[in-house]
Ligand binder design. Sequence first.
Ligand SMILES: Cc1cc2nc3c(=O)[nH]c(=O)nc-3n(C[C@H](O)[C@H](O)[C@H](O)COP(=O)(O)O)c2cc1C
Length: 731
Amino acid sequence: MTISIWRYSHLALAVSSFLLLLLASVTGVILAFEPVAQKIQPYHTAGFEQASLAQTLPLLRSKYPGISELTVNHHQFVIIKGSDNKGENLEAYIDPQTGKILGTPEKQSEFFLWVTDLHRSLFIHETGRFIIGLTAFLLLLIAVSGTMLIIQRQRGIKRFFTRIVKENAAQYYHVVLGRLSLIPIILIAGTGTYLSLVRFEIIPPEKVATEVDFDAIKEEPRQEPASFAIFKNTLLSEVQSVEFPFSDDPEDYYTLKLKDREVAVNQLTGEILSEAKYPTAQLLTELSLDLHTGRTNIIWAIILAVASGNILFFIYSGFKISFRRRAKSIKNKYTLDESRFIILVGSENGNTFRFARAIQQQLIKHGQKPFLTELNNYTLYPQAEHLIILTATYGLGDPPTNAKRFVKLLQTTPQAQPVRYSVIGFGSHKYADFCKFAFEVNQMLSHQAWATPLLDMHTVNDRSPEEFSLWAEAWSQQAGIALAVLPELRKTQTKRFETLTVAANTCCENTEGTFLIRFQPKRKIKFTSGDLLAIYPANDHRERLYSIGLVQQELQVSVRLLPDGLGSGFLHRLKPGDTIPARIIKNDHFHFPKKATGVLMIANGTGIGPFLGMICQNSQQTPIHLYGGFRDRESCNLYKPFLEENKTAQRLTQLHLALSREGEKQYVSDLISRDADLVANLLATGGVIMICGSLAMQKDVTAILENICQTKLNQNISYYQSRSQLLTDCY
Ligand SMILES: Cc1cc2nc3c(=O)[nH]c(=O)nc-3n(C[C@H](O)[C@H](O)[C@H](O)COP(=O)(O)O)c2cc1C
């Protein structure tokens, strides 16, 4: 059964009963204090547990000849009723060992009576009792559907009590407290339902049948009550009540109402005149009352109070979670037939929609006509030029409910015209399968003839606005539409510019138009290889991003001079000593892995830039294989001395060059095919593959890696992507 069925049932039940549940819980919390208040009264006596009827009954009968009844209440206080020596009515708490009167039972407090009436029947008698009974039953169903949701969330019944990932406070405590109070709540709800069924005689009442044969009553052999076997063998703690014989007449007898049966005892001989076990329904009713009210045990009463309090919290947090999910509601100004920009969302709890709407609003601001919908609604988009997919991941790397049909739809619905796509995965590193579904979607799109990637896939950990705006900046650059920094998502962030001084620029030394430029930041700033440098070549909103290598404490970027290139032209003209304003953007997903058995770096052209820095920083001598794709030997000469030097220093294990216009005319993808065993072994033993360079190269290499994963490792490539064993930063 899918998560949504349980979720919708859970929500529907909660919505239909929440007002009554609110009332029942508040009154339940109050009523739980009644047994506590009662129990702390000083009528419990030492030795009660050991006292037998043989000790107590003769003593009481001689001390109070008019005694008619003894009762042991739920707090184990002993009460006697009858008349005293002056013929006055007697009702008192007594010490069963001495017969001493300890106090007089008071009437139940008016306040508790009032709350009990409200709790049981809403002051509307039988109708109210029925409504409350139904509410208890609904609570039972809510608890069952909630249990199913926790099992699904925790991925199996065995993991029911394992750690819960803290996504947000409402959700976290809803689940944590739900698990803790599950048993008390099921008991409250189950016993409440049962008591209503008894009350309405849906469970038919059965009478206890104690039939005494008066003709068979004997007067001999007489015994003192203290010697009656039944009295000797019965403890006071097993008794609910004892009715004393009305007179000395042999036909009057003792009636013992014990916990499980009723016994009639001859007052002269101690013989058992009749004995009847209570029917199961009656025993269950007593047990239900004990469990539902906490009347027998002060600790249980407190647990019930806490559980009822938790129900109040569940009502609050449950609605909070639902309102957040309702944030999914989609509003479109334009139809799908007229949109060039299609935004598709996979979201379970609604958060991803916030990001999608921000893109939608930005595009509208730029005069575009975006269309936003759920992944499950994927269809033909006749005007589409751009597909932007934002999706969360759930379960074992599964799609959210509103994206479950997407994979099938994508296979059966090819777009008629070429479309450029970009996928943003929303997930959390706290889960093993980080953004797995998004990786799968990206992979599937890469196999569609009509689809071309506009960008490398981006991931957003824990809904980080910074990571999302990194995608926005990259997308803006490629699409030529500035998605402003999404101020609503980055409320607290203001741009911080650094001043960088050019330390060296190799612009004049080569013919290929590729050059290395190094900067020295004016103030001490923390950055590392793989982070991004944002520059503003025209001193306006136009931003250009370059992947950073940290080399000898300087910030180095590798640039290819493009004809009319705004950013590359600007950098090419810079001379040592020049200063520029720039921003450094953290790019955590493309940092050198802290723990890896080995790293395989794949780059073409200037994509080698961040790897130069990472190799330089490899002081731990993690085995690194660098696969570099260049046109010819000449074009890799810029990096050659540096790489040789690091190889000698054992910071680089092996350099594999693929030259596309010289010798065997190879691409890096050919070398990866050739070294398939090395790749498979690396992935299987916890190594990491990093790719940086053009999207076209990335596509070819990923196809080969996909094949290696499937044939040699029996896994999908997304398995390694979601475990951060395949990192990409391509453009
Ligand atoms: C029960 C549960 C399971 C999750 N499983 C994963 C997972 O396997 N991989 C992952 O990257 N993120 C996982 N996440 C994190 C979500 O994908 C992430 O918080 C996302 O931003 C939620 O977006 P949404 O609110 O639009 O559904 C999980 C979250 C929850 C609550």
